[in-house]
Design a protein around this ligand. Structure first.
Ligand SMILES: Cc1cc2nc3c(=O)[nH]c(=O)nc-3n(C[C@H](O)[C@H](O)[C@H](O)COP(=O)(O)O)c2cc1C
Length: 259
């Protein structure tokens, strides 16, 4: 086993996503530690523009699993957290306090969508690391946005609240034997971005290609890249996701930006 400079780095380096959990394996005390870590995450302007729905109802868990492209392990996870970006709290404050001055109000725009998402994602990752430190594994699932309308109605989301990601957690039934692979491309550049040559770019996927019993890759770089294209940009699912996001953004944005 590798040596790490400290326990925190070890947790980060050895974390793997988990999709099989021991039932009821997270205590209320541990849940409180996890959600408290969310609030301690860095956040723009000390505004903490995110919320969490802690899904406890087993029937709702099943519904959430269906929303996320029907991934059943979600329904059997002890903790199912829906991470939301949330400008609603601050907009309610702004509306009341600015309106009482008799001034027109500006609505939150595209920049706030991005900034709220950053707050939400940072909060979620803090939850992951806090959980790992207690032996609790997790998995992100972003496919919440495949059913935006139903998600919004079921969870009673007000305006300026959007689903960002699902985060499931629990003590692992089966921990993956190995960490999953990562791309091999350089990703840290000094001072400015550097395009890498095509051949180097192709070999970026080499560590991701599955290998057979002899350790030989089971497909070429070309085949792997084409398959991935279909999954990410070519499938109906990916179009479906895009349409849902478009609707979600349209719900948030007002034109003109001012009352
Ligand atoms: C935005 C996002 C979406 C993901 N969606 C899913 C998902 O739908 N189902 C799933 O089983 N894992 C999902 N994952 C987990 C990834 O598959 C996992 O992080 C990746 O394979 C790397 O493996 P590791 O986390 O074990 O290092 C998602 C992760 C992220 C960050």
């Amino acid at each position: 086993m590798a040596e790490y400079i400290n326990e925190t780095v070890k947790i980060i380096e050895e974390r793997t996503s988990c999709r099989s959990f021991i039932p009821d394996s997270v205590t209320e005390e541990e849940r409180a530690v996890i959600t408290s870590a969310a609030l301690r995450a860095p956040n723009g302007g000390k505004m903490s523009k995110f919320s969490i729905i802690d899904v406890r109802d087993p029937e709702l868990k099943k519904k959430v699993a269906k929303w996320c492209d029907d991934q059943p392990f979600i329904a059997s996870a002890p903790c199912v957290y829906i991470i939301l970006s949330d400008f609603s709290r601050w907009f309610r404050l702004f509306s009341r306090h600015v309106k009482s001055m008799g001034a027109p109000i500006n609505f939150p725009r595209e920049d706030e969508i991005l900034l709220c998402e950053i707050d939400a994602v940072l909060a979620a990752e803090n939850m992951v690391i806090a959980a790992e430190s207690m032996g609790i594994s997790s998995c992100f699932i972003a496919d919440m946005i495949l059913n935006y309308k139903e998600v919004k109605e079921t969870l009673k989301l007000p305006k300026y609240v959007m689903p960002v990601t699902l985060l499931v957690m629990g003590r692992p039934k089966v921990r993956p034997a190995r960490r999953s692979a990562r791309i091999s491309a350089p990703f840290v550049y000094t001072d400015c971005y550097q395009e890498i040559p095509d051949e180097e770019l192709d070999s970026m996927v080499d560590p991701l290609i599955p290998v057979d019993a002899k350790g030989e890759p089971v497909m070429t770089e070309d085949e792997y890249i084409r398959r991935y294209y279909i999954r990410r940009l070519g499938s109906w699912l990916s179009f479906d996701r895009a349409m849902n996001v478009k609707e979600m953004f349209a719900d948030w944005l007002k034109n003109p930006y001012i009352e």
